[in-house]
Design a protein around this ligand. Structure first.
Ligand code: NAD
Length: 484
């Protein structure tokens, strides 16, 4: 097992929590406690914000963009050289298969490479006012950025916002989810190894109701990037309003995968299964609503069921196709939704609680058919391996059902008709649209939601706007004395 860091990381040092409290971290594959971690509260958050402020006002601010870029490239190289170690820890903490953890940690490396390359290209502009003026803008860092992240892709969610924030010259305080704090803490080793000035990366592990709340309410932060549920997002937004802090909200989803009769059915069936069952349905952009054209419903569902049945469940560390859900609480929540679906009158074709496991929070790939759009399982984010199927007749009905959701994060469209695909892409209310492949795109592609899925965009160059503010300076140029 990789070495576990069980203390907070503040101002470049490992520290116990001020209160002395700790909490247990459980491997969801075995239900065993694998670590006891310092539980940060408001006092620790205050210390971390103070350390981040000092670093921002001091050495970090004086670095040239080129030096910052070089340092961030080095973060990428060190993380890359330790990829297996971080992947193993992520798997133990979340239960996700090793191959998924590896791919997520590779994504973290890519975040640092991508934004390292951008650090010295954050330009302002000049605005013409005629020969008597110089009018220019610069993009300045905000200062201390707060990053509150969920448990479903722990280090990936940290790096997605941390890398652009640091590239733009900010410092950071990270609050990982209480279920999965281990990789965010261990990541501090990289900053120590590279002799980063203390206080640039701070991690306060702890619970939402105290560490998370204290961080979002702290007057000393300059922005919040929040990734998590709608309910918590609202609380964070209210806290930020008190001190008028900018917020990026990356919230939940109930993303449709829309399958037209003219698509490549084999390809679509593979993509639909991948789009929902990857990470046991615990991705915000999981394609959890299958909208299938009526004429192919039965044939298509058979194919998806075949794919779902082929998925091997097991402990993440054994690298199966699908691991357990993240926690006992979440396991109960997902099973409740499965129960609700049956009570609402939908037909469960396969799935439910996985058999053959004495320990661990395993739910089998579950598929519901005959789902009506008003049902709770059609509207609410389950965040588990539960696919709900609705059928449609023709494009108009398809778009109507697809947009009948309070969420608007992602959408997948499967058709061989390019006009239809592009019409659909334009009409769908979602921030991220994928045609004929689910989870396509990458770190350069802006990601974020419409409607209750949040606002602001992560990834891509546009994310740098979340971590900079524009200063406009206008200079009046004096007329030469000889010309007076
Ligand atoms: P959550 O809202 O319960 O928790 C997210 C984070 O907020 C955790 O670190 C938690 O400790 C903290 N928190 C809880 N209460 C808080 C409070 N009052 N003030 C400040 N912080 C608080 O979400 P979760 O269950 O950890 O994650 C699942 C959700 O995240 C799903 O809805 C999923 O769709 C969403 N998600 C969205 C994206 C995206 O990019 N849009 C990515 C991943 C996950």
């Amino acid at each position: 097992m990789p070495e576990i860091r069980d203390r907070l990381f503040i101002g470049g040092e490992w520290t116990s929590s001020r209160s002395g409290q700790t909490f247990g971290v459980v491997d969801p594959s075995t239900e065993e406690v694998i670590a006891t971690v310092a539980r940060g509260t408001a006092g620790d958050v205050g210390d971390a914000v103070g350390a981040a402020r000092e670093a921002f006002n001091g050495p970090w601010r004086r670095l040239t963009p080129e030096d910052r870029s070089r340092l961030l490239y080095r973060v990428a190289r060190v993380l890359e050289s330790r990829l297996d170690e971080f992947a193993e820890l992520e798997t133990l903490d979340t239960g996700k298969p090793l191959q998924h953890s590896r791919s997520e940690i590779s994504g973290c490396v890519r975040y640092f490479d991508y934004y390292a390359g951008a650090a010295d290209k954050i330009h302002g502009e000049t605005i013409p006012l005629g020969p008597d003026y110089l009018n220019y803008t610069v993009r300045e860092p905000l200062g201390v950025t707060a990053h509150i992240v969920p448990w479903n892709a722990p280090l990936s969610m940290v790096c997605r916002s941390l890398a652009p924030a640091l590239a733009a010259g900010n410092t950071a305080v990270v609050k990982p989810a209480e279920q999965t704090p281990l990789t965010a803490l261990k990541f501090a080793e990289v900053f120590l190894e590279l002799d980063f000035p203390p206080g640039i990366y701070n991690v306060v592990a702890g619970f939402g109701e105290d560490a998370g709340k204290a961080l979002s309410e702290h007057p000393g932060i300059d922005s919040i990037t929040f990734t998590g549920s709608v309910e918590t997002g609202r609380a964070v937004l209210k806290a930020a309003a008190e001190h008028v802090k900018p917020v990026v909200l990356e919230l939940g989803g109930k993303s449709p995968q829309i399958v037209f009769a003219d698509c490549d059915l084999e390809l679509a069936a593979n993509e639909v299964a991948k789009g929902l069952f990857s990470n046991a349905g615990q991705y915000c952009d999981a394609g959890s609503r299958l909208l299938v054209e009526d004429s192919i419903r039965e044939t298509f569902l058979k194919k998806v069921i075949e794919n779902a049945r082929a998925i091997k469940l097991g402990a993440g560390i054994d690298d199966p196709d699908m691991g357990p859900l993240v926690s006992a609480e979440h396991f109960e929540r997902v099973l409740n939704y499965i129960d609700t679906g049956q009570k609402e009158g939908a037909h469960m074709l396969i799935g439910g609680c996985a058999e053959g496991f004495e320990k661990g929070y395993f739910v089998a790939p579950t598929i519901f058919d005959k789902v009506e759009r008003g049902m709770r399982i059609a509207q609410e984010e389950i965040f588990g391996p539960v696919l709900v199927t609705l059928s449609f007749n023709g494009e108009d009905e398809a778009i109507d059902i697809a947009n009948d959701s309070s969420y608007g994060l992602a959408a997948g469209i499967f058709t061989r008709n390019i006009d239809r695909a592009l019409r659909f892409a334009s009409e769908i209310q979602a921030g991220y649209v994928m045609i004929n492949e689910y989870f396509s795109g990458g770190i350069g592609s802006p990601f974020g939601g419409y409607k209750l899925s949040g606002y602001g965009r992560e990834r891509g160059l546009v994310a740098l706007e979340n971590y900079t503010q524009i200063k406009n300076t206008v200079v009046k140029i004096s007329v030469r004395a000889c010309c007076l």
